[in-house]
Structure formats: structure tokens, C-alpha cells
Design a binder for this molecule. Structure first.
Ligand SMILES: [Zn+2]
Ligand SMILES: [Zn+2]
Length: 487
């Protein structure tokens, strides 16, 4: 009898310790990386290298290749036990750019506290969504992802096979969800995927693929990490040095940041209306993205719905206070994300979009994308895209107003750019051709040339960016600040 009980106890113990298949995937990955104990003993992990950051949402045309920032001095240190990470890098524009072409970046996360450190060492807290994305970014590495999956507080499930990969979903002890894929043969992690929200793209998968593994300090570590947001590569880093438990420096958030209020995801917008002509208002206020309202016989037309729902819904609301006539149309100057960020709220508000024909398919795609992680104005009030496209020119004209729209030719910043011209006032409306505050004017000549080719006689230049000036002042500034040499 005693013998039988022991046998039963052994059998039961065996049943209890049998590893579920989804956990076997995690164990296999840990083993391939250098063993569970070695993976769990890692205190800090530092990746140094260089690569590229493609400039998502800023290509020449919606389907054109992304222009890139070259990344140097890349250094990302992670302290997984304390939930801390710091990323420092220098990025240099590999494309003509009107603002600083070399930028030093320093991003941190400490638990739930996300912060950016400016080149002058001032640290500022970032929004909750940004902090969440950085917490998840910490898991976009084989060591941190597998460690998180080994945590007794984590849940691992949804095991499935995808080609050669074995894939599981990991819900961390903190409740974050990442998908971990491993190579079915080597058992090394191939990818980590997590979901995020992007203002223009809505729900997006952020996917980091790992390749070119090397052995360092008894661990297998990837030498290449490529991160995509949806279909766009966002970062492609070649690792020159992997360091385990090196001198990580101080990864903690500064006290002033920890005690600072968490800023909102999008700062509130103020909109001021300034009349700049008969039936024409310039909507400025907070920020440096302005819109222009035109009053026709029986309706209003808005030029530019920029940035995001917050800015553009405030702009639309302000436009509606200027006249009892209905606001019916929104002109979108070009497809760049900061200029088309209000597209969805404009559609939700029932406005017909006027834009260059090269943007039509892209805008349809943006309007149809799901926004469930954050429910934006269009997700709450779905409407189809009503669109009128411009090829070379389009004139909107009645007894009250004449607004001519012209496609800007041969511009290196944007291939789908429209400018507006009001002949009565000799007024030019432009976005991204000129801002008095720019440090250089790489396409200043193109601006002058397009105005000349269209035979526009411009007195007043009313911009989306920067102050209103005379066209003569625009040209004088362009001449005094020539284009900088690009890298
Ligand atoms: Zn642009
Ligand atoms: Zn712009």
C-alpha cells in the first residue's frame, strides 16, 4: 500500500510539473539564449551601434521610399529588474530639411515615468501613452522578452505556428501584452510584436525583428534589430557592441520628473482668428500650424486641418464661429502627417476633402484604418471619405470669393503640395514652402520659381507656418539664409 501511494505521488508530481507547450516555447528560447539562469541573472544590457531612422509620414509622395535620418552614437541601456531604460542617439538628416539637420536625442523610462532629456540636460516628463510605448519597447529584445515571459506573474498563451516560427502571446506581470516568435529550429527569438496607437495610422503593430546573433558573456544576442511601425521601418540598428552588466550609469528618472504632472497625449489647442482680407481669416493661436478660412456665397472653405484631432477640431469649431454659413470643405495642402493629421476629424465633421490627386488612395486608406486603442472623432462618428482632387489647378469661385489652387511642381520636400492664391487680394496661401523662422531654405528657389511660373502677383504671403509677411520679405529672408549643405 505504502509503495502504491508513493508511486501515485510521483505520478501526480510528474503531471503537475509537465510543462505546457506554450511555456515550452519560452523555455526553449531561454535555453537557446544561454540558459534560464543566465537570462534571469542579467542586470543590465547595453546595445551600442548605428543605423537609420526612416522618417515615417514625410516622404515625397505617399508611396515613395521614406527619407532617412542616419543614426550614430546609438546607445540603449536596459535594466529589466527595475523597469528602466535609456536611449541616446544622434540623428542626422539625409534629406534637405529646413530645421536642425543634426539632433541629439535622449529618451528615458523608469517604471511608469517616461521622460526626455534635452541637450541642455533639462528633463521633461512625457505623456502616459509615450511612457507605455517605451515600457513595451524595453521588451523588444530577446533577453527582456524571454525574461518577462519566465516571470511567474506572466501569462503565456495562444501558441501557434507561423511558417518556421513558433509564436506565443505573453501578458507580463504588469499587464502589457507582447507577441514573441522563435525560430522553430534554432529556438532563438526572431521577433517581438506589440500594439500601439498612432495619431495618423490608428492601431499599429510595432514589430522588432532580431538577426545576426553573436555570443557575449554566455548569452546569444542579436547584432541587428529592425523595428517597423505597421508597414514602415522606423529604426534599423546594427549593433557594434553588446554589453552585459557593464557600467549602465544612472537610469533613474530625475526627482523633478517623477513629481511632475503627466502631460496629456496631445496638448490643448487655442485658436485665434485674425481677419486678413474680406472674407478671409487666418487661424493661428497655439503651436505653429495655422489654417485659413475663406467665405464664399453660401459656404466656408478651410485650408489645412493640421496635426491631430485636438488642433483640427478646435480649428473647425473656430471657423464655424466666423459666419453662419456652413463649413463644407477642407483643403489638405499635402500628405505629410503633420498636415494631414486632422483629415479624420474633418471627415467626421462632414467636410469634403480637397487635395492633390496623388493623395487620394492614401487618404482613403487613412480614413478606413481602425482606431480602437484610442477612439478618435472618426471612430466615434464613422463617415466615408468625400474627396475632390486637384491635378494641376482648381479654381473655387463665386461672387464672393475666388481661390485658385495650384500644384507645386518639382518641389523636393513634397510632391503633392498645393498652394492657394486669391487674385483680388494678391494673397498667397502656402504650407511648407517658407517659414520666416526656418534656419535654412533648401527649396526657397523652388518657391520663387513656382510663383513666377504661375504668373502670380503676390503682395501678401499668408502661411501655415510662421508669421504673415509680404512676398518681398519672404524672398529677402530666403536670400539671406541659403540652403545648408546636406549630408
Ligand atoms: Zn511637409
Ligand atoms: Zn509643415
Amino acid at each position: 500500500m505504502k509503495k502504491m501511494l508513493i508511486a501515485l505521488a510521483v505520478a501526480l508530481a510528474g503531471a503537475c510539473t509537465q510543462t505546457p507547450p506554450e511555456m515550452q516555447v519560452v523555455n526553449d528560447a531561454a535555453e537557446a539564449l544561454g540558459g534560464r539562469d543566465r537570462v534571469q541573472a542579467v542586470k543590465t544590457l547595453t546595445i551600442e551601434g548605428e543605423g537609420t531612422n526612416p522618417n515615417v509620414g514625410q516622404n515625397l509622395t505617399p508611396d515613395a521610399e521614406l527619407r532617412v535620418w542616419k543614426v550614430t552614437e546609438f546607445k540603449r541601456t536596459t535594466d529589466p529588474a527595475n523597469g528602466r531604460m535609456r536611449l541616446e542617439q544622434v540623428r542626422t538628416a539625409q534629406f534637405p530639411f529646413a530645421a536642425a539637420t543634426v539632433q541629439r536625442q535622449n529618451f528615458g523610462i523608469d517604471g511608469d515615468v517616461g521622460f526626455n532629456v534635452a541637450p541642455d540636460a533639462m528633463a521633461a516628463r512625457v505623456a502616459e501613452m509615450v511612457a507605455r510605448d517605451r515600457r513595451l519597447e524595453m521588451l523588444h529584445h530577446p533577453i527582456t522578452a524571454v525574461r518577462a515571459a519566465l516571470d511567474p506573474g506572466a501569462k503565456v498563451g495562444n501558441l501557434h505556428q507561423l511558417g518556421i516560427e513558433q509564436v506565443v502571446d505573453v501578458t507580463t506581470a504588469k499587464g502589457d501584452v507582447v507577441t514573441l516568435a522563435i525560430d522553430g529550429i534554432t529556438k532563438l527569438p526572431t521577433r517581438v510584436v506589440s500594439m500601439s496607437y498612432h495619431n495618423n495610422l490608428g492601431d499599429v503593430a510595432i514589430e522588432t525583428t532580431f538577426s545576426n546573433y553573436e555570443e557575449v558573456s554566455g548569452l546569444k544576442l542579436p547584432k541587428r534589430l529592425t523595428t517597423k511601425i505597421d508597414k514602415y521601418v522606423q529604426a534599423d540598428i546594427e549593433v557594434s557592441k553588446n554589453t552585459i552588466d557593464g557600467d549602465a550609469g544612472d537610469l533613474a528618472a530625475p526627482d523633478a520628473v517623477k513629481s511632475a504632472a503627466v502631460p496629456p497625449a496631445i496638448a490643448p489647442a487655442t485658436v485665434d482668428a485674425q481677419q486678413v482680407g474680406r472674407g478671409i481669416w487666418w487661424l493661428a493661436g497655439s503651436g505653429n500650424h495655422r489654417s485659413i478660412v475663406f467665405e464664399f456665397d453660401d459656404h466656408l472653405v478651410l485650408f489645412e486641418v493640421p496635426q491631430n484631432d485636438v488642433r483640427s477640431s478646435a480649428v473647425i469649431a473656430k471657423a464655424r464661429t466666423l459666419s453662419p454659413k456652413p463649413l463644407t470643405h477642407a483643403i489638405v495642402s499635402h500628405h505629410h502627417f503633420d498636415h494631414s493629421g486632422g483629415l479624420r476629424v474633418a471627415v467626421a465633421e462632414g467636410l469634403t476633402i480637397i487635395t492633390h490627386k496623388g493623395n487620394e488612395e492614401f487618404f482613403k486608406w487613412l480614413v478606413e484604418r481602425p482606431h480602437t486603442i484610442v477612439s478618435d472623432a472618426l471612430a466615434k462618428n464613422p463617415k466615408p471619405l468625400e474627396i475632390e482632387t486637384v491635378d494641376d489647378t482648381l479654381t473655387l469661385k463665386d461672387r464672393s470669393m475666388e481661390l485658385q489652387l495650384y500644384h507645386v511642381k518639382d518641389n523636393i520636400h513634397a510632391g503633392t503640395l498645393l498652394i492657394g492664391y486669391v487674385p483680388r487680394d494678391r494673397m498667397l496661401i502656402q504650407a511648407d514652402l517658407y517659414d520666416a523662422g526656418w534656419i535654412q531654405h533648401p527649396w526657397g528657389d523652388n518657391y520663387r520659381q513656382n510663383v513666377a511660373d504661375r504668373k502670380l502677383r503676390v503682395d501678401k504671403a499668408v502661411p501655415v507656418h510662421g508669421p504673415i509677411q509680404t512676398f518681398a520679405e519672404n524672398l529677402k529672408t530666403i536670400q539671406s539664409k541659403p540652403p545648408a549643405a546636406t549630408n
